[in-house]
Write a protein that binds this ligand. Structure first.
Ligand SMILES: *[C@@H]1O[C@H](CO)[C@@H](O)[C@H](O)[C@H]1NC(C)=O
Ligand SMILES: *[C@@H]1O[C@H](CO)[C@@H](O)[C@H](O)[C@H]1NC(C)=O
Ligand SMILES: *[C@@H]1O[C@H](CO)[C@@H](O)[C@H](O)[C@H]1NC(C)=O
Length: 123
């Protein structure tokens, strides 16, 4: 019984946690690193005590491809299909295939779904 309750908490928790926002307001120097499915965002973010902390977040864990448009979606795996990305903080522009396979240029404001939690980027 106790084990089952504990398991339920562990499984449910990530879906309940508030989504991160506005990372660029407390982080500096955001740039893209990695490629393909491991495309990542790296920045220097303030910890709660005001120190600078270098942090990297895999963007496939935060963004999805919805018919050619980048959307905020935990575990969305956008970079299984999207590529040719550029970052003009906070906007990420990529080429994402539509469901019919056509290339589509799409931009998302990463501040809508990525935040800074004590020096670490999260979504
Ligand atoms: C994020 O920034 C926007 C624009 O400055 C602001 O309207 C919004 O309240 C902020 N959200 C949070 C959670 O701080
Ligand atoms: C943190 O980094 C920013 C940007 O490079 C810099 O202006 C600031 O002085 C640094 N702060 C500390 C506490 O090191
Ligand atoms: C990001 O996109 C928003 C909305 O399209 C735009 O107003 C803003 O100027 C863009 N910022 C940058 C740095 O490109």
């Amino acid at each position: 019984m106790q084990f089952n309750s504990l398991l339920a908490v562990i499984v449910v928790l990530p879906a309940v946690l508030a989504q991160g926002t506005n990372w660029s307001q407390s982080c500096s120097g955001g740039f893209l690193t990695g490629s393909g499915p491991s495309l990542s965002l790296q920045a220097v973010c303030k910890t709660n005590s005001g120190a600078n902390h270098t942090t990297t977040l895999g963007l496939s864990s935060c963004l999805g491809n919805s018919n050619g448009n980048l959307i905020c979606q935990r575990g969305g795996a956008a970079f299984q299909s999207c590529g040719s990305c550029s970052l003009g903080v906070p906007n990420l522009t990529c080429n994402c295939p539509t469901t019919s396979g056509a290339g589509h240029t799409t931009t998302i404001n990463t501040n809508n779904c990525i935040g800074n939690q004590n020096g670490n980027l999260f979504c």
